[in-house]
Design a protein around this ligand. Structure first.
Ligand code: ITT
Length: 203
């Protein structure tokens, strides 16, 4: 796979943009955010993380004329048969489309509790990363991290559902741990490692 020199990060989510920037930093690729280029936010009509990552990357590459990297990700609770999943951002939205993750976390916990103790508290974060080229090529990579849901939410670091997720083998939430620690194990880092492996050695 070709290695881009300059890349659009096709996300309007500040938390993701920061994490993707940190993951990309060692590669020395010049990055520009979708918001900086005034790119619109496409409607996420896909039924999988890969579908949605691909449609975001494709639109950004077509509109900018640059290779574009998009991320579609979310929290999947076993007790909720994988929900909120691709609807993770939408569970945080009110009628006006304003996001409030406290409310989304409350909904997840309420529904997990309603599923009963035998449904368990296991969950995972999933991430699909898609790299689209203006000439039509596209490749996608998937990552995940398993863990457990906790209540109440803990920690101010990270974003989204991080305060209620504890990765397997840890006792602190993704909202509490150092970002560098999250980058060692996260769903996004897992997908990113596969992307970097596919890019190969630049020299
Ligand atoms: P873009 O589509 O512009 O990238 P978005 O926020 O709409 O931004 P998604 O549709 O992929 O992105 O929604 C994924 C949601 O899942 C996101 O808003 C977060 O709340 C949550 N999420 C994804 N990765 C996460 C992480 O590492 N930690 C916590 N929550 C995460």
């Amino acid at each position: 796979m070709r290695r881009p020199a300059k890349l659009v990060i096709a996300t309007h989510n500040a938390g993701k943009l920061r994490e993707i920037g940190e993951l990309l930093a060692p590669l020395g690729v010049e990055c520009v955010g979708a918001a900086e280029l005034d790119l619109p936010e496409p409607e996420e009509t896909g039924v999988t993380f890969v579908d949605n990552a691909e449609l975001k990357a494709r639109q950004a590459a077509d509109l900018s004329g640059l290779p574009a990297l998009a991320d579609d990700s979310g929290l999947a609770a076993d007790a909720l048969h994988g929900n909120p999943g691709i609807f993770s951002a939408r569970w945080a939205e009110d009628e006006d489309g304003k996001r409030d993750f406290r409310r989304a976390m409350e909904r997840v916990w309420r529904e997990v509790e309603a599923a009963g103790p035998e449904a368990g508290r296991d969950a995972h974060f999933a991430c699909a990363l898609s790299l689209a080229w203006p000439d039509g090529g596209i490749e996608s990579f998937e990552g995940r991290i398993d863990g457990t849901l906790v209540w109440p939410p803990r920690g101010e670091r990270g974003f989204g559902y991080d305060p209620i997720f504890v990765a397997t083998g840890m006792d602190r939430t993704f909202g509490e741990i150092d970002p560098a620690e999250k980058h060692r194990i996260s769903h996004r880092a897992d997908a990113f490692r596969k992307l970097v492996a596919a890019l190969g050695d630049p020299h």
